[in-house]
Ligand binder design. Structure first.
Ligand code: ZN
Length: 362
């Protein structure tokens, strides 16, 4: 036990050296990890280069954040919740290449989308500057390509071609984009490096990312009885607490998109004294999700968009042609701004004490 602790401390020290000071990161302040400083640098295929990636490491010249985004506010509009699986070198139905993942981020950024965590979305706490749209990133199954640690010159660093590495680097190059993401894991070995499971979970939290329930062992909930459903969902909570004792798993992505026969058990339940309560249940859906204030919003059944060709680009094109369908922030979390005529779309229970403001387009 002592040896494990010492090893962890050593890792923590390494991470500290690596990132400057992981412990006191604020969102949007994520320092360059070795991702940007790694020996190879940009241009040798390390990280897919962005437009402005030529800046030399150590001179973080951040462009000023534009005050307002490109679109008029509409907080009754729809939100894309994207679903990724593996990030790896061969593009396929369940795999996005690192290059394509980077292109996705670049496209979203250019189109005025910014990352918002799933929980902020379902709680209606979408805190973006005026004129920007939220987009939610979710990753299922925790394969290694989502979060890989590699040794470099004797130090443990985030693989710049894994999803976490690219998110951190993309945000560094594009301030304000954010790094919010939820990883739906199962056991016994999330992210497939047994020796680094604890380190990775801690790093995810340091980076402001979340861990979600994907059942204990990727079980199909539609095939289980009520006890079985609760056993595997509470089982995820149990296994997560073995790694992060204080962590509360707050959302579920249904394995195979399959709901339990008793749908309420996807939201909450209990097994042998361990209970769970999911504020959001994610489907393997195929279209954007309603605004959290919309009367059609159901946190127990949130559709997702498969983030691969052609779905993502099709939906981005859809919102380009139909901007009135798109959630656009007004820049104030306490005010809900909608175009005139859309007030009736809102669910008063969800809007709560927030002020609702409508405006005429012209
Ligand atoms: Zn899965």
């Amino acid at each position: 036990m002592k040896k494990v602790f010492l090893t962890l401390m050593a890792l923590a020290v390494m991470m500290f050296l690596l990132t400057g000071s992981m412990g006191c990161l604020g969102l949007g302040q994520i320092p360059p990890t070795s991702v940007g400083n790694s020996g190879g640098g940009v241009g040798d295929g390390h990280v897919p280069p962005g437009n402005d990636s030529e800046e030399s490491p150590g001179e973080p010249e951040k462009p000023a954040l534009p005050e307002e985004g490109p679109l008029p506010p509409n907080e009754a509009g729809r939100v894309m919740v994207l679903m990724y699986h593996n990030i790896d070198s061969l593009e396929g139905e369940w795999t996005r290449t690192p290059e394509n993942f980077w292109s996705d981020l670049a496209l979203l950024y250019r189109e005025g989308y910014r990352l918002v965590s799933l929980l902020d979305y379902v709680r209606g706490e979408i805190n973006l500057p005026k004129g920007y749209s939220p987009v939610v990133l979710t990753f299922d199954d925790a394969p290694r390509g989502q979060f890989n640690l590699v040794e470099e010159n004797g130090r443990l660093v985030i693989d710049p071609k894994s999803a976490v590495g690219m998110l951190v680097e993309f945000d560094r190059q594009h301030p304000g984009f954010g790094t919010a993401a939820t990883f739906y894991t199962f056991y016994p070995t999330p992210f497939r490096q047994q020796e680094h499971v604890v380190t990775k979970y801690r790093m995810l939290l340091e980076l402001g990312m979340d861990i979600g329930n994907h059942s204990q062992g990727h079980q199909n909930l539609s095939t289980l009885d009520n006890t079985g459903v609760q056993r595997v969902l509470a089982g995820h909570v149990t296994d997560t607490r073995k790694i992060l004792p204080e962590y509360r798993v707050a959302s579920l992505a249904l394995p195979y998109g399959a709901r339990p026969k008793n749908r309420d058990l996807a939201v909450k339940g209990e097994y042998q004294g361990i209970s769970y309560h999911h504020e959001a249940v994610l489907l393997v859906g195929s279209h954007p999700a309603p605004s959290p204030y919309h009367s059609g919003f159901n946190p127990a059944a949130i559709p997702r968009i498969r983030a691969s060709d052609p779905y993502l680009s099709q939906w981005i094109e859809h919102f380009r042609r139909n901007p009135e369908d798109r959630y656009v922030s007004d820049g104030d979390v306490n005010v809900i701004t909608v175009p005139a005529g859309r007030e009736g779309d809102l669910n008063q229970e969800a809007t709560g004490s927030r002020q609702v403001v409508s405006y005429s387009a012209r």
